[in-house]
Design a protein around this ligand. Structure first.
Ligand SMILES: Nc1nc2c(ncn2[C@@H]2O[C@H](COP(=O)(O)OP(=O)(O)O)[C@@H](O)[C@H]2O)c(=O)[nH]1
Ligand SMILES: [Mg+2]
Length: 687
């Protein structure tokens, strides 16, 4: 069987296929996967999301939260070919999994429903597919609940897509209920059967007229990129069925249309037609390899799209073979040059990894124990390492939590656990804050971080406690003072003596700290001056309000010493005393970090964003349409770090989950009044 041969029944034989199931939260992706697996015989009975019996969402966290929190994989066979489906979570917080999976698949099925509120989410997902050049179908699900004509639904959804949505099936209505569909390319009508293949019926009466009209619309859209078809339409010539199917396949693969199929995942209606469309029209691995710039050959080239650290089987790298083959013992090197030997090849079925033989080109499998492989890596068995394929840069993080091992004895396990956590999910990052001694995990939202903490406990055996990270407050002074710092101790024989006079002065915002030596006549000997500076710097770590002191200068202007009792140590102490006694007289004031925040949101939420920003002490700088995003705005503001802490929670809830922001530090600003008093009091209480 060649990669590009023609099968016995005349269909294109493209070998093993990989398909991503994507789409807004709750649109029915996990249910559709279940229906596909049941319909193709991979499982006996179709489970349900509500009963928690599906192959997807099988992880403890997914069951617990009743939503998909990471990609799940399942391989099945259909008409002699294998298909691996990837059920990608729909929530924006877990979108990284989808973004890492997409490069490796041949096509995506976007599961959606006729819900206006979900259009921005749909747009977000379609944008990823468009940007990564992935051919995609739309599966309009839940049409058992449809309350409007499908054409109106298409109109509703069209703004989310940059390419025309091409309706290929229309429902057959019986009163208010949809009982079947007409396939516009096949020109056949079917009645739905629950959990059984639909049955062909004759198209007649009103359905015949609706079919003609809808088919003409479909052909017109196809003809926009096919002059011959356009001519046929203008001359009223009926195009041959094969030509229509060829055009459908070509325009899908050229990504100039997005074909729309309809169905009911819970009853597995429309699922067989979807499978057939995938079989006939989706590209195969050779086209996908070409899209990624991988040359066909005998050398194995595999793209890692997901990493699992399993409790029993160790590390598993889910990979798609874009060329060659890989089996137990195959040595694979990453583009960074780290090589590893495959120890076990596994078939993917939800949470189960089943040992199997060598993987062939096109297959998606888990490869065991590739210690240095990371999500997004391209692995190769060749002498030359493959160039890294395009790697979707993770979204900028929007929320952070500080974590701590619940038990001290687990402290040593935290580091390795973080490594595994961020290897599994590159949209998480871990930052050690040296100043506050906190370990902070940054991520994409509340649920994302909650699940990360759960993974630390369940997968990596480090139960953690979490709390909001501390804000980077500082303090400064508003008044100069000249202060003496004198350290004198007489204890038996050898005493200690250091004496300095410090001129303490405020500096403009952003200047940091400056130390100046203005000693004349050697009243403080040269060799002690660095010690004075050390003592001063040490004292500035903790000012009178409890925070590091910045934007000030200290000049050493006078002092005295003792030939026997003076030492570095004594002058360090003297310097510290000068600061500790001097600063409270300088009108200390709190400084808080202010960031530049840029929120993106659907335009109908812009007014709400303005209100949220003002309510959080934000200074709105302006707003604009979001470049390249129809129907979206960008709002820019300056905002205190303390208020950005949980900003994302409010932004998401005001935008049906799709709003987001990026931020970067701008400046420090004085903070006085009640808010400042509360912060200072809280700091004192914590000490
Ligand atoms: N009425 C109806 N409900 C559906 C259909 N498909 C899925 N659902 C329900 O929609 C909810 C979300 O489905 P799920 O598969 O978890 O969506 P996902 O978040 O996209 O994976 C569940 O309660 C399903 O039972 C459908 O075709 N018709
Ligand atoms: Mg799901």
């Amino acid at each position: 069987m060649g990669q590009h041969g023609t099968g016995p029944d005349g269909t294109r034989n493209l070998g093993h296929r990989c398909i991503a199931l994507v789409g807004p939260f709750q649109s029915g992706k996990t249910t559709l996967l279940e229906a596909i697996l049941a319909r193709t015989g991979a499982i006996q009975r179709q489970g349900t999301v509500d009963a928690g019996t599906t192959v997807g969402d099988a992880s403890k966290e997914a069951r617990h939260h009743k939503m998909s929190v990471e990609a799940t994989f399942a391989t099945t066979n259909f008409m002699g070919d294998s298909y691996t489906f990837v059920d990608c979570p729909g929530s924006i917080e877990f979108i990284q999994d989808m973004r890492s999976v997409l490069p490796a698949v041949d096509a995506a099925v976007v599961v959606c429903e006729a819900d206006e509120k979900k259009v921005p989410q749909l747009q977000l997902i379609l944008r990823e597919l468009e940007d990564q050049n992935i051919p995609h179908f739309l599966f309009l699900n839940k049409i058992d609940k449809a309350d409007k004509r499908v054409r109106e639904t298409i109109k509703l959804l069209q703004p989310a897509s940059r390419v025309p949505l091409l309706l290929r099936q229309i429902p057959i209505w019986n009163g208010d209920i949809i009982t079947g569909f007409v396939d516009l390319a096949l020109e056949r009508a079917f009645v739905y059967k629950e959990h059984a293949p639909s049955e062909i019926i004759e198209i007649k009466g009103e359905n015949l007229d609706r079919k003609k009209e809808a088919r003409f619309t479909m052909l017109e859209t196809l003809a926009d990129h096919d002059d011959q078809l356009m001519e046929q339409l203008l001359e009223d010539i009926e195009p041959p069925r094969d030509k229509v199917f060829d055009d459908l396949a070509k325009e899908l693969r050229d990504r100039i249309v997005c074909p729309v199929l309809i169905g009911v995942a819970t009853r597995s209606n429309g699922v067989l037609r979807l499978m057939k469309a995938l079989r006939h029209e989706s590209p195969g691995v050779s086209e996908t390899a070409q899209r990624l710039g991988v040359k066909a050959g005998n050398e194995a080239v595999a793209l890692v799209l997901k990493t699992f650290h399993t409790t029993h089987g160790g590390k598993m790298s889910v990979a798609r073979l874009l060329s060659g083959q890989a089996g137990d013992g195959t040595t694979l090197a990453s583009s960074a040059g780290d090589a590893g030997r495959v120890s076990g090849v596994f078939k993917l079925m939800g949470q189960h990894f089943e040992k199997r033989g060598q993987a062939a080109v096109g297959e998606m499998v888990a490869l065991g124990k590739l210690d240095s492989a990371k999500t997004g890596d391209t692995l190769s068995s060749g002498k030359q390492t493959a160039a890294a394929l395009l790697q979707a840069r993770p979204y900028a993080p929007v929320l952070a939590i500080a974590v701590q091992a619940k038990e001290r004895k687990d402290d040593v396990k935290l580091g390795p656990a973080f490594t595994k956590l961020t290897e599994e999910d590159p949209s998480l990052s871990v930052v050690h804050n040296a100043e506050s001694h906190e370990v902070v995990i940054w991520g994409q939202g509340e649920m994302h971080l909650r699940v990360a903490a759960e993974h630390l406990a369940d997968r990596f055996m480090v139960p953690v406690s979490t709390r909001p990270p501390s804000v980077g407050y500082r303090e400064t002074i508003r008044k100069p003072v000249t202060q003496r710092g004198r350290h004198k101790k007489q204890s038996g024989g050898h005493g200690q003596f250091g004496d300095v006079v410090l001129e303490i002065k405020p500096l403009p915002r952003g200047s940091g700290f400056k130390f100046e030596d203005r000693i004349t006549g050697g009243v403080v000997p040269r060799n002690y001056i660095p010690a004075v500076e050390e003592g001063v710097i040490d004292a500035l770590k903790h000012g009178p309000l409890g925070f590091p002191v910045v934007d000030m200068s200290v000049a050493l202007i006078d002092g005295s010493y003792h030939t026997v009792d003076s030492s570095d140590q004594a002058f360090r102490t003297a310097g510290r005393i000068g600061i500790v006694e001097g600063l409270p007289q300088c009108q200390p004031v709190l400084l808080e970090p202010i960031h530049l925040v840029e929120i993106v949101c659907p335009s109908d939420a812009t007014a709400k964003m303005n209100a949220i920003l003002s309510g959080r002490r934000g200074q709105i700088l302006g707003f604009d349409t979001r470049e390249g995003w129809d129907g979206w705005d960008t709002v820019r503001a300056q905002m205190p770090e303390a208020e950005i802490g949980d900003l994302i929670i409010e932004v998401r809830s005001a935008t049906a989950g799709v709003g987001s922001f990026v931020f970067k530090f701008d400046h420090m600003a004085e903070l006085t009044g009640r808010t400042a008093d509360q912060i200072i009091a809280a700091r004192r209480a914590a000490e």
